[in-house]
Each structure stands twice: as C-alpha cells, then as structure tokens.
Design a protein around this ligand. Structure first.
Ligand SMILES: [Zn+2]
Length: 197
C-alpha cells in the first residue's frame, strides 16, 4: 500500500502533455473548495453510483481522496484495488467523452452524464473492453475495461484510479473540472451487466 502513496495518476489533458499548475514544493496544493458540496450530495443521493470495479462492495472502499502524491499534489480521487484483469464498469448511465492514453494515467477513459454535469475519469486500466471501442452511450455496469497498472501505477498494485469532477456550466476543458469526493455515494456493488446492446 505504501507504494501506492508515491504515485498514481492525475487526470491529464487529451494530449500527451498533462495539464500542470504551479504548486509549492513539498506542500499539498490547497483544495479549491470543499471536497463535496451540498448540491453535489443532493445530486448523488438521487443518482446512485455503482462502484466501478466488478465485485467490489462500497464497504470495501478505502478513503484515499486527500492523500499526498508525487510533486506535492493531493490525490483527489479514489483508488480501488482489485486483481489485474477484474472488469472495470460504468458507474453511471453515461456517455463516453474520450478514450485516451497519457503518461500518468496509462489507459484512461472519461464518461459524463447526459447533462455534462460531472465527468468520471478512469485510469491505469490494463486494457479496454472490445465493446467500448464501439460504444458511445453506456448503461451502468457496462464493461469499459480491466484493472491494471498502466501509467504510473505501481506494477505490483493493480487498481482503478477513479475521479469524479464537477463541471461548471458550459465548461469546455472537461478534463480539468473540480474533483468531488463521491466515495460515500458509491452505494451499489460493482457488477458487470450483460452486454449485447
Ligand atoms: Zn489514484
């Protein structure tokens, strides 16, 4: 577990160059606001999230949102540990915004809801599922890919790096929204739904 603390992805821009911000050396960057607002909480109380890894229960989720990461960063995401190759699933009924690779995140994918209110970022996947390469809209539980260690994940600690970001209305740079700590709102056990639609 210690190895995990040293690394782990941040959301990158769709290009290979991650978006960076100046941060004071050795100190965690200040949070831009509360990790979750009352408006976020109200939204997620009425839009249940599935744990995005098959077979993982909400009670198995460890809080890693405020952990320190390389370069004085704060993690601002949830790491979900599972065996390599475990199916990674859609947390929501959503739409694929991007399937891309970057140095930190490895094989990544971005989903959004129908209003583009939140972006759901998945990183370190071993590989994508065959069916996601042809899908745009997906149902909760759709298999997106498989747990792995691509990008800067420790090779012996397969996990999904999962981050939810709040968008401002009309925000265009969808890869750099405000991270929201939704761990307590993932209420459904991760479960791959039957494909074929
Ligand atoms: Zn992570």
């Amino acid at each position: 577990m210690l190895a995990l603390v040293a690394a782990c992805a941040r959301a990158g821009s769709p290009s290979t160059t991650p978006v960076t911000r100046p941060e004071p050396a050795g100190a965690p960057a200040p949070l831009p606001g509360p990790a979750i607002t009352s408006a976020d909480a109200a939204y997620f109380e009425s839009h249940e999230l599935m744990v995005p890894v098959a077979g993982v229960s909400p009670r198995d989720l460890r809080d890693s949102f405020n952990e320190a990461r390389d370069g004085g960063r704060t993690h601002r995401a949830t790491d979900i540990l599972a065996a390599r190759g475990t199916p990674v699933v859609a947390a929501i009924d959503g739409e694929v915004v991007s399937i891309t690779q970057n140095a930190a995140g490895g094989n990544t994918l971005y989903l959004t809801d129908s209003e583009r209110r939140y972006i759901y970022y998945y990183a370190h996947m071993d590989r994508y599922s065959d069916q996601i390469l042809h899908a745009v809209r997906v149902k909760q539980g759709f298999v997106l890919g498989y747990v792995g260690t691509t990008g800067n994940a420790p090779p012996n600690t397969p996990h999904l790096h999962f981050q939810v970001m709040r968008m401002n209305p009309g925000q265009q740079d969808w890869w750099s929204g405000t991270p929201v700590d939704v761990r307590n709102f993932m209420t459904l056990v991760g479960r791959a739904r039957a494909q074929g639609y």
